[in-house]
Unconditional design. Sequence first.
Lengths: 289, 404, 299
Amino acid sequence: MDLTAFLVVESLNALSQAALLFFLGVGLTLIFGIMRIVNFAHGTFYMLGAFIGYSALRLSGSFWLALVLAPLAVGIVGALFELGILRRLYRRDESAFLMVTFGLALVLTEVIRLGWGPEALQVEPPSAFRSIVFVFDEPFPTYRLFLAGAGLLVALAIWQFLERTRLGLLIRATSQNAEMVHALGTDVRLVRSAVFGIGCGLAGMGGVLAAPLVTASIGMAAEMIIDAFVIVIIGGMGSFPGSLLGALLVAFVQVFGEYYLPDLALAFMYLVMLLVLVVRPGGLLGKEA
Amino acid sequence: MTRRPGVTRRRIATFALTGTALAMPWVRRVAAAEPIKIGMPLALTGPLGSVGQQLKRGGEMWAKVQNANGGLLGRPIQPLIEDTGGNPADAVRKSQEMVERDNCNILTGITLSSEALAVAPKLDEWNAIFLSSDNGDGKLTAGALVPNFFRANISAPMGARAVSLFLRQSKSQKFYAIGMDYAWGHSSVGVFESEIKHAKRDLVGTVFSPIGTKDFSTYIAKIRQSGAEALYIVMAGDDFNAFLAQAAQYKLPEKVQMLTEQMELTLLRAVGDAALGLIGSTRYAFTIDNPKNKEFVALWQKERGTVPDTFEGEQWQALQVLAAAIEKANSTDTKALHDALETITIDDIKGPVAMRKCDHQAVQNGFMVRAVKREDFSHPVPEIIATYPGEETTPPCNKETFEE
Amino acid sequence: MTLLTEALILGLFAMSLDLMVGYTRLVSFGHAAAYGFGAYACGWLLLHTSLPMLATIPIAALLAGVIAVGVAWVCTQATGVSFSMLTLALAQLLYAVAYKWTSVTGGSDGLAGIPRRPGPFGLDIFITRNGFYYLVLLVLSGAFLFCRALVRSPFGAVLGGIRENEAKTLALGYNTRAYKIAVVALSYALGAFAGALYAPFAGFANTELLFWLLSGQVLIMVIIGGAGTLIGPMIGAAFFLTVEHLLSNYTEAWALFFGLIFIAFVIFAPEGIWGLIRARFRRRTAVELDHRRGVAGAQ
């Protein structure tokens, strides 16, 4: 395969990877931006999405239905958690959130294990995207193209949502000055619940989309949570465009790095993060350090 | 300056605490006896949880059947099952507890090789026997061998060897190898490399992926570009599932024959048709054709409504080995058991098994299987395509590779 | 018995983190690096040199402390969450190195068969199980007294200043960066001490000791026990270990109850276990009040 073909194919691979990372990262960054919560359970919501997606697929036979139901269900679970538990802790310092989300991660993982068993479960891609296309004579799965496309679509949707809708405006305002928003008459608590729910829902969507590639398995959360933190940190915590940038950066470095220097594959992500933090402690597009 | 109080609650508390702390070593536990206790500190949760669960089911089923037949030496079997989470520190702790608190001197079922490697050096101090049913690391019967360790299962080098023996019949000339980047991955790929050399074929490339790799697109691209005709895969768990699922999506199996060292039903269930055509070595398959296995499978189907998976079978065999040794020694005393195990032979669900005194490895058949569709199953099943006698698949004593 | 020894070792580990987290509000997500490094260093020395255990343990800790100065320098470039993520990044890099550098660290197999070598001069009272327990008890007590003296000293006061309001402390003329580097290096050195005790205790060292999960767990131990109290984290470590051990003996779903217990603690006992205990046995003497004001925890 010549160089152009190689670059194009590998870039497509990186884009599909970036899409999945983005789904996970955007929720995490939004949650942090509003609530200053480092959500340790974020990977677990992602995993929950995959498993609920599996069941929805089994029961209905439609991947698309699963793609709608799972994020919704996960978002509701997230919102309920925020309402029931997180709300009590806003007056405390960050360590409380750390602990509580860590506890939630443990509980949720175990609930999933008890509910669906310890084995990995197969999730088939939708029939529309099971085939391959030829990119420079190399077979490329259409599902990955779909992933890249879905990532782009959702990124656009979130952008428009933040820019043009009332809730989006409230979210942006609250992340800058919650007191003011409250003084202006909005119930900031509702904004927070909404953001936490949406953030978790996005993670859940990422889970369903990832499942055809990696199966729905108990190890998913642990395998992804660090990646999620890294891209959010690189992009800047609380920054929506930052999460997109972070996802793209990490995915491209990972893909091309793995190809040329597979021995360093384990370390790439951390090296990038280290570099970024030393040069710009707030992340590439972040505000504070 | 406040007056200094004499005996305060705080002081009493401090004294009491210090005194207790200093006295701890002398607090003893009461011992127990009678049933034959078999300690199984398993990884029931964590990444290899599904393997640990299989070992648990194998152990429990075996104990149930034995006890229904009056136990061993007239004593009931009592499996002690606890969860280590796949963590070597926990494995050591739980094993130690079983030995000390429960007076157990027989351990089996320790799931991860890293756990086994942590436990093995302590066996002498605990005066306990460890009969492996799952640990594949070649070191355990080579550089890390201790007198009280015995391996009843097929080791990783043996599995790799079976694959390469099979290869000699294949027409493929160019091979590529991918392994998970840790001890097992490296050792199995190493064995494969030397086998390829002896078979006078070409190994056009090797690559190792970090544990927890989710996206294999780059690796698949590399393999595809290498021009290899066959791919040897040394992977397990989530990584293996992801790799096979993605490889199928890139239509890699159409170009490259997929070979693996370890094939089990959990894999075939998790990836479904993406595994069709996969050829690999297996440590146990329900399709093994002999009367004892047929009986075992029938029992399993009756009791659990499904066929037994790889590690359920391995645990069963290990316990059969143990039972034979206990009966031969007419005792469960560590020394007697040790001596009996060193030369024990059985003929069971995998055929003939003979323990080797020099390195405590049970010499046994090697099996090659292919994942095929069968109508009565919703997922591919492992069909036996070759069986090799133990003498051909077991490395020389205390070695991890084969030199010819 | 060995559970208790392990609890004490973890107690030392947790207490070392408290210097950073509780007293200076530097939340580290990478403290496992200290522990794992200490374990590997001590283990390697015991396996490849003829140094006695009583020498390898402090050597490993010292080595860690020296290296930690560099680590601290890098990490203190940032503050807040970025600081935490830097500690995580460096810890994960160490993990990656240990994983790949098989010739030295044994890779994913780790180092096994680490001996407890007697000496110097044939001193072997600490080699036996009971003896080792006393060694750990000794080290922990010494470390506790040292840390307590430290936090009550002017150095500790500056740490408190940094915790409460770094800008103000800086304005008062203190080189807060230097103090932060010092406390981080010290914290890592003590954490490595714990790890160095672990290696001959368990007889092995492996990559799990460097993994971020352990960093998260020790942070939990500090918080659940009561940050900023030195004693709290030790209690937290014992609590964590005991509950995990007992629960996993009884049910496979132990992680579920474990998580619920955490959540309950956060909601109902924000000062941690030690906070609960102190609330019960509070003595209102001037000495107590002074002590509390000077040393008390996160709030």
